[in-house]
Each structure stands twice: as C-alpha cells, then as structure tokens.
Design a protein around this ligand. Structure first.
Ligand code: E4P
Length: 285
C-alpha cells in the first residue's frame, strides 16, 4: 500500500478492535483512548450489565489492562491515555495521575485537556521528558498556547484538534487542521498535529491531503477506507466544506502561553461529557 506521511491511529478503547484493524491494514501506528471510549469497552460493559460498578481503583486498573493489551499492537505513534479531569481538577492532580499512567506501558502519551490547568500540567510534564497529547482543541489560539507551553521540549508533543465536533456546531472543522498546520510551519516543529474527531472517509482523505502529522480514526471509518482499497487523495482532491469557514489568525508563537485566549465552550462540554461517561462506570458519583 502507498503510505501517506500521516501516521494512522485507532480511536477506540477495545484491543480486539485494534487487532482486527491491524490484520485488515497490516499496520496500526498508534491508538488514542478517552474516558468515553474506555466506558464502551466490551469487558467494562459486561461488568456493568452484570450490575457491577467499579471503584475508582478498579476503573484505573481496568484502564491499565486495556492499554497494556493495546500497547504491543501499535507502532511508534504510541498509545494516548487520558487523565480523569473535571472542571475543578488541578494541574497537580493531573500530574499525579499522569505519573502512574505513564508507567503502565513503554509507549504512553499522556492526554491532558486544553485548559489552563491541562496546559500547566503539560508544561511540567514535558520538562520531565514525558510525551503528551493535548486534547479537546477547538481553536488556533489553543493550539498556539500548546506550542508555547511546551516550547523547549525534546519529548514529542501532540495537539488534537477535534474536526467532527466543530462540524456539529456548523463550523468547517477541517479548516482548523489547515490553519494550525500553517501556523506551526513557522515554528520549530516540536508539536505534531493529530487530526481527531474524524467521522468520515472525506475527513480522513483531507487529513492526508493537508499532511496532518497524525490522524486518529474510529475502526468503522478505517474499515470503509480498507473496503475502498485504502485510497490516497489525488492532487486535485476537493474537500466539500461543512458549515462556516474558520479564518486563519496571525499569532505569535513566541508569546507566553498564558496570554492566548484558550477558552472554548466545546472544550468545557467535552470535559463534562468525559466525566459523565466515566461516572456511569463507577460506584461513587
Ligand atoms: C480523540 O482523541 C478523541 O478520542 C476522539 O477523536 C473524539 O471523537 P468524537 O468527537 O467522535 O467523540
């Protein structure tokens, strides 16, 4: 198969699914997980169906088992493990979880939300050589803050702009990938763009076209891609924009990260949804 430069990750929480995709494609470069995807894991669903809710410790242990099964299946893009955070979780609390999670597997990336506390945690983590993935990114300002907060690191940093959720609110999510790539082209290359919330073959092909460094894709979409013989976009590939265009902003990547406006309603909503799905699986609420 003609590989694009874009690394392909499975967006999910089920090792069997990753294995199936690997057999189908012949490779999987990496995997992203999140609390909602982990809650959907078949074993966790089975436990819940039998009336067993998990303690917080059991939830951590189940998450560990899942990523340990996925870890050897994937390539150099690693496995992203998300810290549990609500709107009040501090950077220190996130870092404590990260310390444990990072030791679970040799190819972990710690996922922090794109909030002030999440970026503070990322800033501290990369200084200790930890690989991080900043999730729930919905704006160019947020991506600029990710860049500035992690400047000087030698550890790889991912930023995950969520395409589909921007489409959902009537904005053309793929513009954000294009704008961030354009902005980062002026930087030192220490942050890689991981296109996320991919919902269609078109999203996937346009991510290749835009040379996104990585793309994380649900298994169903990868199956559609495989059924179509894993096409790559032609030079004249045209993407049909969904909704309002997102315009490019001139931003100074050398600015201190605290000076960027990183607020976004979808980041807050995304955190709430992860908390809700996680809470459904545990005893205390
Ligand atoms: C990325 O890391 C997320 O897990 C994912 O792409 C979210 O996708 P969704 O918007 O379809 O939930």
């Amino acid at each position: 198969m003609d590989r694009s430069r874009t690394r392909i990750l499975v967006d999910g929480g089920n090792p069997q699914e990753t294995e199936r995709i690997k057999q189908r494609l012949g490779f999987v470069d990496g995997q992203t997980t999140n609390p909602s995807l982990i809650a959907k894991n078949p074993h966790i669903q089975q436990l819940l169906a039998s009336g067993h809710k998990l303690s917080e410790r059991e939830a951590m242990d189940e998450y560990k088992k899942i990523v340990r099964s996925i870890s050897p299946l994937v390539g150099d893009a690693g496995v992203s493990i998300e810290v549990f955070s609500d709107r009040t979780t501090t950077a220190r609390q996130m870092c404590e979880q990260a310390k444990e999670m990072y030791g679970w597997i040799p190819n972990a990336f710690i996922k922090y939300p794109c909030t002030a506390e999440g970026l503070r945690a990322a800033h501290l983590s990369v200084r200790q050589g930890m690989r991080v993935n900043i999730t729930l990114c919905f704006s160019q300002q947020q991506a600029a803050a990710v860049y500035a907060a992690t400047m000087g690191t030698t550890a790889p940093v991912y930023v995950s702009p969520f395409v589909g959720r921007l489409d959902d609110i009537g904005q053309n999510g793929m513009d954000l990938i294009e704008n961030i790539k354009r902005m980062y082209a002026k930087g030192d290359g220490h942050v890689l763009v991981l296109a996320a919330s991919i919902r269609s073959l078109d999203h996937l092909l346009y991510s290749f076209y835009l040379d996104s460094d990585l793309v994380t894709v649900p298994a169903e979409t990868l199956v559609v891609w495989a059924e179509n013989k894993c096409p790559m976009p032609a030079k004249e590939f045209q993407y049909k924009p969904r909704g309002q265009r997102i315009s490019y902003q001139e931003l100074d990547l050398e600015q201190s990260w605290e000076t960027f406006d990183i607020r976004h309603e979808l980041t807050s909503k995304g955190i709430d949804k992860f908390v809700e799905d996680y809470r459904k699986t545990i005893t205390s609420s």
